[in-house]
Design a protein around this ligand. Sequence first.
Ligand code: ADP
Length: 208
Amino acid sequence: MTTESSPQSKKKRPFTVGVTGGIGSGKTTVTDFFASHGIRIVDADIASRMVVEPGKPALADIEQRYGPEILIDGGLDRRKLRTIIFDDTAERKWLEGLLHPLIRDQITLELGDAESRYAVLVSPLMLETSQHELVDRVLVVDVPERIQLSRTMSRDQMTEEQTRQILDNQMKREQRMARADDIIDNSGSMARLHQSLDKLHQFYLSLA
Ligand code: ADP
């Protein structure tokens, strides 16, 4: 399933499970569980910040396009960049064209280093980007919207309106589920989640 786009991606990676889901669905909670069982977690959000760290070529490209005002304390002003691309499709496409291949290479590199029985890639944009090509199975963490809202609001101290805005910009629940190999229902207690995850972990060990 892997698309080999760079020399880095030729490095052999372990059997990889891709974890995705909407904001507040429980991706971090799920990956914390796998990590506690010794499974290597690669986080696409972390990779996406790494590729624009000070000194990285992508940051220089961004500075060249938007000027030094796009920097804050020598680093990328992500909030300003988000504002620029928010309703400008051409700029968003330019930025995605620059960053997505770099993020993908970074993820590939990290997966290649994983030494656990299988590895997990967690990404909120697994299905919206080509990142799903880097995994063998897609696990969607699912909760009904009202739970998603309330858990996100209490975690991030956001209003319902702010949370809804993020939610509305993400892939719809049904679309995401339609592309899942495995779905975990996280609408119950933590204990119930861990029970389901125990089973999934055994299943992934048997596949790996
Ligand atoms: P994501 O990483 O998908 O944004 P998190 O794993 O951070 O989601 O979960 C969102 C919030 O909901 C966190 O505060 C987390 O502790 C809480 N949470 C996750 N699963 C459960 C659960 N089954 N029961 C109660 N709270 C949960």
